[in-house]
Design a protein around this ligand. Structure first.
Ligand code: DQA
Length: 141
């Protein structure tokens, strides 16, 4: 089982960024945890982060035939990007949407998730543990 974990814009700023919303754990710490969880679950994992929508689309396209599942937190692009939605639909690799914060309780503009429309599971508001839950979900599929 090979899982690709994709994080969108500003997720690399975890720890510094609005800690009341996203916590104090850094992106580097999250990467270490994801590697540890992959070992525990017996799967392979690759992590990718970009602040650029096109780079995320390219990475999703490149996942075709290489990965069995995608964990994706498209961050702000969640609420704007039809291109990421279309890329996920194009490759049809099973994908799980993750949000660290509980977007359902936040601003109106966060209530739509385009990428989520192509995902088979949604893990929202569980902090960074959400990535582990998403990986577990894919491994059980
Ligand atoms: C987020 C929620 C998004 O609305 C926001 O733009 C982010 C992070 C989350 O993980 O809670 O950057 O995806």
């Amino acid at each position: 089982m090979k899982i690709l974990v994709i994080n969108g814009p500003n997720i690399n700023m975890l720890g510094l960024r609005e800690p009341d919303i996203y916590g104090r754990e850094t992106y580097e710490t999250l990467l270490v945890k994801i590697e540890k969880w992959a070992k525990e679950l017996g799967c392979e994992v690759e992590c990718f982060q970009s602040n650029h929508e096109g780079d995320i689309v390219d990475k999703i396209q490149a996942s075709y035939g290489k990965f069995d599942g995608i964990v994706i937190n498209p961050a702000a692009y969640t609420h704007t990007s039809v291109a990421i939605l279309d890329a996920l639909k194009a490759v049809a690799v099973p994908a799980v949407e993750v949000h660290i914060s509980d977007v359902t309780q936040r601003e109106d503009f966060r209530q739509i998730s385009y990428a989520g429309m192509a995902c088979c599971e949604h893990i929202i508001g569980k902090g960074t543990d959400g990535y582990r839950l998403a990986m577990e979900f894919l491994c059980k599929m």
